[in-house]
Ligand binder design. Structure first.
Ligand SMILES: *[C@@H]1O[C@H](CO)[C@@H](O)[C@H](O)[C@H]1NC(C)=O
Ligand SMILES: *[C@@H]1O[C@H](CO)[C@@H](O)[C@H](O)[C@H]1NC(C)=O
Length: 476
């Protein structure tokens, strides 16, 4: 292979907002380090999201050597591609993409010499091996979630899964090294809540995570001071070569400070909440958002609503147009709640979350504990109340509450009295304690992405490794 002037990396995320946005952050960091990037999206995702938010995406086009390219996910046009069909999507992508990746590697004009894919693309490893290029995985989840996924076969072997009914949910799981004392059934990733150990989701997550060990490296959006002990488990038992380079949003601001950031979203951002926040006293507002995908029933919404109103705190609540499952939602909110909202609440369709979390009026975050939101909250030094809905959120919230002491976990509970009490615990009774630990972790996060910090050094190492990998022919 001839040495090129520019190293060329193909990046392939799964077609989901959190995955694509995190991998765009990575692409921008690598592009900034002089690496040529081809960023792959499925046609479906490109048409649905990227084409419609060209403002948010135009900044990537300005990176020298950056290009978007689309590929088919292999599914029929009218396939719903909903979260419950995730295994079908992953299997289909795994069949459809390897030929294209191989083609890109042997392209005569600008061959790709390193592939970075989402960790669910295990077939890409074989493709990379066949054509002799390096492949690095990027998992957009926390290290603790990754490690629990990895251990699923051991948990099943030990007879600790499947879960036998709801009375079983507080039982401790003893077969995830490093989490023996505190990991309960209910903290396992949500796809473990099945009766059948042969369930397709369960098998898919376990299989794809185990296969990660065969890649040349694993990139994680986390940092050593947050997840060091778990990262050490993964290094010793799965992937020795980990690049922990997070929190990515903070890392970007250090490396490319002159840019302005707007991440892409599916909804129109409502900025009027910022003016509302400006009028509220310091740390008086609880910010509520259940993320970009989760849905809740109208009854659940009403429980949270009463809880928030009875807490007597001011609240800023993101209610996406599609948050409520089923129909006939919004019009039937009880009058007393609407009155209280006029007094102390602000409801928005979608907000600039990083700005909200950084606003001095905000004093707590009621979150679904998606990894992106959890990291944004950590960087902002904002204590959390966690109400996870699915996937890795169940384990993230256990770490937030029990290990990092950054907030309170109310998973599996939906009761107005509990919401009211928890908001007051977080923002009044135990405010000092939580503010202090959140502050401490925010400082560690910032330290890690600044010059000399662990994430900063790991990104330099990643860039060097990619450049080295690309200048030597691979023959494994
Ligand atoms: C993180 O989440 C927030 C709120 O859900 C969203 O606005 C932002 O685009 C997300 N960022 C990434 C990198 O996914
Ligand atoms: C991983 O291995 C290193 C070196 O053998 C050891 O010092 C460390 O304690 C191990 N960590 C875990 C979590 O097993």
């Amino acid at each position: 292979m001839e040495k090129q002037d520019h190293v060329h990396v193909a990046i392939l995320p799964l077609p989901a907002v959190g995955h694509v946005n995190s991998m765009l952050n990575l692409a921008e960091l690598l592009g900034h380090a002089g690496i040529k990037i081809t960023f792959l999206n499925t046609e479906h995702y490109y048409d649905r999201v990227i084409r419609h938010s060209s403002d948010a995406f135009s900044r990537y086009m300005q990176i020298p050597g950056f290009q978007f390219k689309t590929l088919t996910d292999g599914l029929p046009r009218d396939h719903p591609r909903t979260p419950d069909k995730f295994p079908e999507l992953v299997d289909s992508l795994n069949c459809a993409t390897p030929p294209l990746l191989k083609e890109m590697v042997s392209d005569s004009k600008s061959p790709v010499n390193c592939i970075i894919t989402d960790g669910y693309m295990s077939r890409a490893i074989d493709a990379a091996r066949e054509v002799g290029v390096s492949i690095i995985y990027f998992r957009t989840i926390s290290a603790c979630a990754f490690w629990s996924f990895h251990c699923i076969p051991d948990i099943i072997d030990a007879g600790e899964l499947p879960i036998k009914g709801t009375e079983d949910m507080d039982r401790l799981i003893t077969t995830v090294p490093g989490m023996e004392g505190f990991l309960r059934c209910r903290d396992l990733p949500s796809f473990c809540r099945v009766n059948d150990p042969m369930d397709p989701h369960l098998l898919l997550f376990a299989r794809e995570t185990r296969l990660s060990a065969h890649a040349d490296g694993l990139i994680l959006n986390t940092f050593e001071d947050l997840e060091g002990p778990i990262l050490s488990q993964i290094r010793n038992h799965s992937c020795p070569n980990i690049y922990s380079i997070g929190p990515l949003n903070a890392h970007l601001k250090v490396r490319i400070p002159e840019k302005t950031y707007s991440s892409s979203s599916l909804w129109k951002i409502d900025r009027s909440c910022m003016a509302w926040l400006d009028k509220q006293p310091k740390q008086s507002v609880i910010y509520v958002s259940f993320g970009s995908i989760a849905v809740m029933s109208r009854d659940q919404l009403i429980e949270f609503y009463y809880g928030l109103v009875h807490s007597k705190k001011n609240f800023l609540w993101v209610i996406r147009p599609d948050l409520i499952s089923g129909k006939d939602g919004e019009n039937q909110i009880p009058e007393e709640l609407l009155e209280a909202t006029k007094e102390r609440g602000c409801i928005a369709g979608w907000v600039p979350q990083e700005e909200v979390l950084a606003h001095s009026a905000v004093g707590g975050f009621l979150t679904h504990c998606g990894w992106n939101s959890t990291l944004e909250s950590i960087v902002a030094g904002m204590p959390m109340i966690c109400w996870p809905s699915f996937a890795d959120q169940q384990i993230n919230s256990r770490f937030v509450g029990e290990v990092w002491k950054l907030g309170l976990d109310i998973k599996d509970l939906c009761d107005r009295n509990i919401v009211e009490k928890t908001v007051n615990d977080l923002m009044v009774e135990r405010k000092e304690e939580f503010m202090e630990s959140a502050d401490r972790m925010a400082n560690l996060a910032k330290k890690s992405v600044n010059k000399g910090g662990s994430s900063y050094c790991n990104l330099d190492r990643l860039v060097n490794d990619i450049k080295m990998m690309s200048s030597q022919p691979q023959n494994c």
